[in-house]
Design a protein around this ligand. Sequence first.
Ligand SMILES: *Cc1c(COP(=O)(O)O)cnc(C)c1O
Length: 445
Amino acid sequence: MSNNHANTDRNLTTMQQRSLKAVWHPCTQMKQHETYPLVPIVRGKGVWLYDAEGKRYLDAISSWWVNLFGHANPVINNAIRDQLEKIEHVMLAGFTHEPVVSLSERLKKITPGSLGHCFYASDGASAIEIALKMSFHYWLLCGQPRKNRFVSLQNDYHGETLGALSVTDVAIFKETYAPLLRPCTHVPTPDWRYAEKGESAQDYALRAAAALENHLAKHHEETAALILEPLVQGATGMGMYHPVYLQRAREICDRYQVHLIADEIAVGFGRTGTLFACDQANITPDFMCLSKGLSGGYLPLSVVLTTDTVYQAFYDDTAARAFLHSHSHTGNALACRAALAALDIFEQDSVIATNQSKTAYLNTRAAALVEHPKIRNFRNCGMIWAFEVDTGDRDFAAQCFQAGLQQQLLLRPLGNTIYFMPPYIITNEEIDHLIDGTVRVLSTI
Ligand SMILES: *Cc1c(COP(=O)(O)O)cnc(C)c1O
């Protein structure tokens, strides 16, 4: 017995060491893990992650915003198991299959306006590359090759491959690689934290939209598309803005013949309180990018939906006018089945309506945070909450992460912004755990 136990102890350390030696972890200064050991996760259930010692952590950020319906969700597990016995993957050039067809039909039905024609990839950044290339290529096919520039919002994040990084405006990810990137204009963000004292979120959004109009009035002839994160700018710290900005952006893009690309990779599938963030502005973008929650967060899958107008410009007798872009795992059958199961859950459990009461409950419980002397800008949009913590500590995020683990919480602040983006299956009791734990984290650091 004691031998076994010693073994387990040694294995745990070994596991952390093996990971350090063999795995180059994302978004990480690896040397930090000499001080902060990696957390080896062995299983998950619902909102909970369990480590090798049996300690549990409430996944308050849905494992980087992907997990909608909890870990080891029985509906999604069963769907994947069933699909596994049929076909796990087949190339999507020249072939098709039921899961990809059904998913495309259902996405067409639930996305705004006439969006359809689903083009698949495996991750969010690739979906952005696809939307940018398609937009440019469309204008080229229309005899407007000069339209080859992109505009995005100040503080936007669209992923980290070179094209996606070009339209991203987050210095920490971008500065080093600047020589590799295409120039892109970032127009002022509508994020209400930038409003003047006394200026409403709506007035500020209108002022930001006027800046967009100024830019496009001068530069529309060389601009293919405006790309933006609708309603919530995630990676820079959950900046939130008024939907009137999206309405104005749509009008302005129409006026100047510029595509509107909605990057709903983080906000799609109910995060902002509606199925898609664009729904709150009642607009249809020319391209909509979806990923993260698309497969319930289970498997890597992304998709770009576009309009008939764009699709028809490529539809021709010659391959030269086709969109010759591909990824090996395009339309992976297992991932599409997981996505279909996630859509089933949305319908069967009336998720959007149920989330409203969870949002309301968390907001009443959050009074302790709103009134906390260290906290500023407490804000909420659907199933996203965020606030800034007054701290001069440059190591705040890492310390908060560690203090969170002590409180059975997975929190991963963005700088001094703590945010919650829990799986939708979170219960009121688990919300209590989240709020009480966060208050304790604030008092320990
Ligand atoms: C995460 C994210 C991406 C990139 O997706 P990956 O799958 O990480 O490449 C793009 N845009 C937004 C808004 C995101 O949140």
